[in-house]
Design a protein around this ligand. Structure first.
Ligand code: MG
Length: 456
């Protein structure tokens, strides 16, 4: 569906991912991709990994490829993705590479390229790297110019200092807060506890040891994987709990009563707070974002713009339109004042500031309206996707629609979003309404319509 260009696509929405030692993610692949990235970046590259068992294998191969092209490599070790992004942004290097499969199961790993400004690489630059990879048009540098490998040990300290400079430390310290944090055996274990200490927050950790076997639970912060944290929060006096995904670019919160807050809630809470600090601020989220975000932003005198699904797209729109805050409903929050990427530790620090200043998380949450979402999908051959979109938009005549990503149709009581997958033969159908029953009814109704159009 997506514009593929001349060469097969390697990078997905969040870098290249694959099962380790399959052809998609073995050392040969990692080295070749490293050579392509180095040929493109033409300068010093910072590299870091999450906590997976394959981290050193993939990193070493990729670093080897980078050095072959003449790039010096600065190895940051195990490090959250946003920490490496901050190091790149502030480090006067040509770019960065993160070896991570984020929230995927332990047998996966991935390679993600970071632009020299610390943002996730845009599609155009990824395509340039893919072209070099497929053509094999690598720089093979002269033996006198082969890149060197050095350890870079200050990235975490600088990142923590950067976050601290962007939150109200006095307010946080003064509130005498106590939190529970689940690091999901990922890279967050090296950062978040240190950050909490520096902020004067008492804490109890779960799964803070980086361990790629993921003995605690898998690294996606779903309600299922958050059960231990919920139990811990319920069992003691905590102001709230939070959980990071494997590479700590996302954070999901649990209120002081142990209630799991879906990512759209924290997005709305922080958006409202950010907008309340200065009039007329702009928040960016995707067309799949809950109505509670817009409600919250309007309550604080701000406005919302919507983009296609995908956090790099949200970040780019924030840069272009001057958005103060943005993110996705999966717990990925982006703070323009700090850096244009999802940032799990920054999200936690900002939530500490909000609770310190505005009171209990449950009450802060309850001040924002609640909605219910429903997400379903149905099989759809690639060749039928355009027909489905065309027929859906003509059948929606007279209604307000948004075609930013697929088609979003608005009703008095909510909306339905219909999106063909760019990578799989499926059509996704999301809906939202005041009640669960209405949201489900909308999604089921439109699922049937899509299936009818496919059958012709
Ligand atoms: Mg992640």
């Amino acid at each position: 569906m997506a514009e593929e260009g001349k060469f097969p696509r390697l990078f997905g929405t969040n870098g290249v991912r694959g099962v380790v030692n399959s052809k998609e993610m073995d050392p040969l692949f990692a080295m070749r991709l490293g050579m392509a990235i180095g040929t493109f970046m033409k300068g010093p590259v910072m590299i870091g990994t999450d906590a997976r068992t394959s981290n050193e294998m993939v990193k070493s191969a990729c670093a080897s490829g980078l050095m072959a092209t003449g790039c010096n490599v600065l190895d940051c070790g195990i490090i959250p993705t946003p920490t490496l992004q901050y190091a790149v942004k502030t480090g006067k290097v040509a770019g960065g590479v993160v070896i991570t499969a984020s929230h995927n199961p332990p047998e996966f790993n991935g390679i993600k390229a970071i632009d020299k400004d610390g943002t996730e690489m845009n599609r155009e630059n990824e395509e340039a790297i893919e072209r070099i990879y497929h053509e094999g048009s690598f720089v093979r540098t002269d033996w006198t110019r082969i890149g060197r490998l050095a350890t870079h040990a200050t990235a975490i300290e600088r990142y923590i200092g950067g976050i601290i400079s962007k939150v109200d430390v006095a307010a946080i310290r003064g509130a005498n807060l106590r939190v529970a944090v689940d690091c999901s055996n990922g890279a967050a274990g090296f950062v978040t506890p240190k950050l909490l200490e520096r902020l004067g927050v008492r804490y109890v950790t779960l799964n803070a040891d980086a361990n790629g076997a993921f003995p605690g639970h898998n690294s996606e912060p779903t309600p299922e994987n958050t059960k231990d944290l919920v139990e811990l929060v319920k069992s003691g006096k905590f102001d709230f709990g939070f959980i990071h995904d494997g590479d700590a670019d996302r954070t999901i919160f649990v209120d002081e009563n142990g209630r799991y807050l879906y990512g759209d809630r924290s997005l709305a809470i922080v958006a409202k707070y950010v907008c309340s600090q200065k009039k007329g601020r702009l928040v960016v989220t995707t067309v799949g974002g809950s109505m509670c975000i817009e409600d919250a932003v309007r309550m604080a005198g701000g406005s919302v713009i919507y983009t296609k699904v995908g956090s790099p797209i949200v970040a780019r729109a924030m840069m272009e339109k001057g958005g103060a805050f943005g993110g996705e409903e999966n717990g990925g929050l982006i703070f323009a004042e700090f850096q244009y990427c999802r940032d799990g530790a920054m999200a936690a620090a900002k939530m500490l500031e909000i609770v310190a200043k505005e009171g209990k998380l449950s009450e802060v949450n309850d001040r924002i309206p609640q909605y219910s979402q429903c997400k379903v999908k149905t099989a759809c051959p690639d060749e039928s996707k355009q027909k489905v979109l065309t027929e859906l938009s003509s059948s929606a005549e007279g209604r307000r629609i948004d075609t930013t990503d697929g088609i979003k149709i608005f009703f008095d009581e909510g909306w339905v979003l219909l999106r063909p997958s760019g990578t799989e033969p499926i059509f996704r159908i999301y809906s939202e309404s005041k009640t669960k029953a209405k949201a489900e009814q909308l999604a089921e109704d439109y699922k049937k319509r899509v299936e009818k159009i496919i059958r012709g």
